[in-house]
Design a binder for this molecule. Structure first.
Ligand code: MLT
Length: 408
């Protein structure tokens, strides 16, 4: 009989957000009278910006005529979108990134999951704790970890992000090859200053390491002193790959569009020490395994970079930030300590109790879904993440129910 990839046996049986969905669905079956409010998975609820809708319609009309119809597009994305991304997201911020270094894709989840294929099996990996589970699980699947013991995998260097270090991990004490970072952070909502990010870039340069920088939530940054991209830090383009997404920026979770920046100066070596371009390798991977994002979706994504699009996206983000501020205010008023929710759609709450117990309590007593911090790693134990992605009315209702349920 065919044999399975036994690395899958090391994984927890269910992916975090599937486990939550399962628990919510059985709660709903048992309590059909209770309207559940979802502040768990970071899934947007507001319609696409009007500019994106109009662009979508126009692109569909093009697909309706033989003369303007598009078949396969370039695997790396259409030049109009790569150009708009490079100019607006990087060059305008002083980051030296060119359109041909941008790879358009259907999601930052897939890209952060797939990128590990490029690296050797014995790569020494540093992963924050708590962390978006995709980075870790995909390395488990690829066989880069040992067994799961006391909540952690062997062969992974964990970077603790705790109250003591302000949820910004310290540099690794041992030499690592590959470092995952995410700012604004999922799940804690923490942000990183230019100076601290520069320390990571220096570490990577000094140790021939590579940083995988997930900036999927950069649109929520309102503090102009904070970097939106790692490439705003001098020297980063030689040692960092950055992931971005239109999901949270422009409500594209169901529409699917994202991009990954692989600068042509990013190198990795083979066992004989010879250097190879990661840009070329990622291009080779994408052209082999991916056929690009659909034309209408790319046209729609490009619309966010127009004058009108910029205004509409800002107001979309403002809406969710107002929700986040409301969550913070109400949870803090109950006497719970929290971080995030400023420059970020996630509020990270210290529950002073077991994460899953608190999750169950909110679900059973308030009919509100959050995400248990323990699902993001051992350092998340005792915390829950509350997401600001819902309507303001639902967030108000959720916080009033939580207040009733938790009043001490
Ligand atoms: C989250 O809730 O952490 C994210 O929505 C998950 C994702 O982007 O895949």
């Amino acid at each position: 009989m065919i044999r399975i990839n036994e690395n899958y046996l090391k994984l927890k049986a269910t992916y975090l957000f599937s486990e939550i969905a399962k628990r919510v669905s059985s709660f709903q079956k048992a309590h059909p009278e209770q309207a559940v409010i979802k502040l768990g998975i970071g899934d947007v609820t507001r319609a696409l910006p009007q500019v994106c809708i109009e662009a979508f319609h126009q692109a569909i009309d093009e697909m309706a005529q033989d003369s303007t119809f598009k078949g396969y597009g370039p695997e790396q994305g259409y030049p109009f979108l790569r150009e708009a991304v490079a100019v607006n997201d990087f060059i305008s911020r002083g980051a030296d990134i060119s359109p041909d270094e941008i790879f358009i894709s259907d999601g930052a989840k897939c890209d952060t999951a797939n990128i590990q294929e490029l690296f050797a099996h014995d790569t020494v990996i540093a992963i924050p704790d708590p962390v978006y589970p995709v980075y870790l699980d995909t390395n488990v699947m690829a066989g880069r970890t040992g067994s799961f013991v006391s909540g952690r995998y062997d062969n992974i260097i964990y970077l603790d992000s705790t109250r003591d270090n302000g949820y910004i991990p310290d540099l690794p004490k041992v030499k690592v090859d590959l470092i995952y970072l995410c700012f604004p952070n999922n799940p804690t909502g923490a942000t990183i200053t230019r100076d601290l990010l520069a320390k990571w870039v220096d570490y990577a340069r000094d140790n021939n390491a590579l940083i995988l920088f997930d900036a999927a939530y950069e649109a929520f940054i309102r503090d102009e002193t904070l970097p939106h991209s790692i490439y705003e830090i001098p020297g980063a383009r030689d040692v960092a790959i950055e992931f971005r997404s239109f999901s949270k920026t422009a409500g594209f979770t169901g529409t699917r569009c994202a991009y990954t920046v692989v600068p042509s100066s990013c190198m990795a070596c083979d066992s004989s020490g010879q250097k190879h371009s990661l840009h070329n390798f990622w291009n080779r991977r994408q052209t082999t395994k991916f056929n690009g994002v659909s034309y209408p979706v790319q046209v729609s994504a490009a619309a966010i970079y127009t004058d009108k699009g910029t205004v509409q996206v800002a107001s979309l983000i403002d809406y969710y930030l107002k929700n986040a501020a409301h969550i913070r205010e109400k949870i803090n008023a109950l006497g719970y300590e929290s971080v995030g929710g400023v420059n970020s759609p996630y509020v990270w709450v210290n529950t002073n109790t077991d994460s899953w117990e608190f999750f169950d309590l909110l679900l059973n007593k308030a009919g509100v879904v959050c995400t248990p911090g323990a699902g993001f790693g051992t350092c998340g134990q005792g915390y829950v993440r509350i997401s600001a992605f819902n309507t303001f009315e639902q967030v108000q209702e959720a916080m009033s129910r939580i207040t009733q349920a938790l009043k001490r």
